[in-house]
Design a protein around this ligand. Structure first.
Ligand code: FAD
Length: 459
């Protein structure tokens, strides 16, 4: 590698790729996918740094899928609001943004590259992308190398090297690298501004584009959330001002709304973990509250990403540890006093008022409080024909209705609740659950003002 690019290539962040840029290329392309932001984005900053060193402009490409197997109107609406905000920010920074609606985002990306002839392509890392998919992507435009930068976590997930089985085992590995990685990302000045060629096709991101898509429109936008980095920053400031003090005590009180509600912004990459963690660390909140929040944001969240990266079976019960698989098998034939079909759960018509309220919160608002997500998934295990079926139902409902669904946190949360992931065996052994940790209506609803919550989310 030449000294020019050596300066810009940070092998700790660029977790895949690293070959020499093409000296005859005309720009650096950032293929934006998960980190949909123009601010505190390590992948975008890598592209800008390399482009500055080569005296080239940067252009961002986003392929908007016309159809999606899971994402629906709720998700697309939030995402397009976010992309509109990011485009303005990118333009102010002197970086181009090209959006195209496509049926196959790889094909659309390859034809875009043939038009703009990049010297280098930077992508944001996806823990779910396996080696074969990565190699296919790298071959789309062979004359420019592809570098993948982990923009979604504080400690790049590839550096951890293997699946960790509990928070207590990953925590020291993350903590020992925090000083190295938890620092301001920095938003560089762009040296060569992008000039949009007249014949280069691009759409302007806005919710007007929804009309051109063939997506499921039966789930409306989430009424309490507006997409975009600006909205995310306002929510972050509100959280730091009003919610962080008391977080440790209030976080398990769904009626108090004592958590940050930043998960949708993190999921769509409209806000990055560095921005949030540094704001929390520098806040005046008491240290037990800050530590508790950073434990969730960094250790738990990066444990979930570690699970998806290193366990290809993360969407099914097959991801269970051997002790959990054994206990599930031993209780497979237990009598189930309550049995509900998926559509009965979906329509919140079970006998359990707390569960129904949680389900209604998710369907109506696109978000469910974290404490109730645990209870919600455990009851699906209790009321389904098998643990495998429960896992599938929980994934389907979670991904369909939660604005932050389709996320490693969701898969890890469901695996925790139903398959004992990141947990341990609990006694006494119970019907259906075996040694999987149990949550009852009585004990769960005693811990907070469940009546108030149920009243708020009544039919
Ligand atoms: P805060 O308490 O303010 O925490 C800040 C951030 O830390 C969160 O935004 C999130 O990124 C992270 N975090 C918090 N709790 C956890 C956790 N237990 N595990 C991993 N990261 C965490 N989270 C999603 O983002 N998407 C999902 O689809 C999702 N589904 C879940 C399903 C089940 C069954 C369970 C048990 C948990 C699920 N979670 C999911 C994890 C967690 O409940 C949410 O991230 C959290 O409630 C979001 O609210 P908040 O942003 O106010 O969190």
């Amino acid at each position: 590698m030449s000294s020019l690019t050596k300066l810009e290539f940070d092998p700790r962040l660029c977790v895949r790729g690293g070959e020499e840029p093409d000296p005859d290329g005309r720009c650096v392309v950032y293929r934006m996918r998960r980190a949909q932001r123009a601010f505190d984005n390590p992948a975008l900053e890598t592209a800008i740094a390399a482009a500055n060193a080569m005296k080239l402009p940067v252009v961002v490409f986003f392929g908007l899928l016309r159809r999606h197997p899971i994402a629906n109107l709720r998700h697309y609406h939030f995402m397009l609001e976010g992309l509109a905000d990011s485009t303005e920010r990118l333009e102010r920074r002197g970086t181009g943004f090209v959006l195209r609606i496509c049926d196959d985002s790889n094909a659309a990306f390859a034809s875009f590259c043939a038009e703009v002839k990049p010297s280098l392509i930077v992508a944001d890392e996806d823990p779910a992308r396996r080696e074969r998919a990565w190699r296919r992507e790298a071959a789309l435009y062979p004359s420019a190398p592809l570098w993948s930068v982990d923009a979604d976590v504080i400690v790049p997930s590839a550096l951890l090297g293997r699946e960790y089985f509990a928070a207590r085992t990953i925590r020291p590995r993350i903590r020992e690298r925090l000083d190295e990685f938890l620092a301001p990302v920095g938003n560089r000045r762009v040296h060569v501004r992008w000039k949009m060629p007249r014949d280069l096709r691009s759409l302007s991101p806005s919710t007007h584009l929804l009309a051109d898509l063939k997506i499921d429109r039966s789930i409306p936008p989430a009424p309490e959330f507006s997409g975009g980095t600006s909205a995310a920053l306002s929510e972050l400031h509100r959280c730091v001002r009003t919610r962080l003090s008391g977080y440790k005590k209030n976080r398990n009180h769904p009626e108090l709304d004592g958590t940050s509600r930043l998960s949708p912004y993190l999921h769509f990459g409209q806000l990055g973990p560095h921005t949030i963690a540094l704001a929390a660390r520098e806040s005046g909140a008491p240290s037990p509250d800050r530590d508790s929040f950073l434990e969730e944001l960094i250790v738990r969240r990066e444990l979930a990403i570690n699970f998806v990266r290193f366990n290809p079976r993360y969407r099914t019960i097959a991801s269970a540890e051997p002790w959990a698989a054994r206990t599930i098998a031993e209780h497979a034939r237990d009598t189930r006093p309550y049995r509900y079909a998926e559509r009965e759960m979906e329509s919140a018509t079970t006998h359990d008022p707390l569960w129904n309220a949680a389900q209604r919160q998710m369907v109506g608002s696109g978000w469910m409080h974290g404490y109730l997500r645990m209870y919600w998934a455990k009851k699906i295990l209790e009321w389904s024909a098998s643990a495998a079926e429960a896992y599938e139902i929980a994934v389907r409902l979670n991904d369909r209705y939660e604005l932050d669904g389709r996320d490693p946190n969701g898969y890890a949360g469901i695996a925790w609740a139903i398959a004992g992931k990141h947990d341990r065996a609990w006694g006494p052994e119970r019907p259906i659950y075996g040694k999987i940790r149990y949550m009852s209506f009585a004990s769960t609803s005693r811990k907070f003002d469940s009546r108030g919550y149920i009243a708020r989310w009544r039919e």
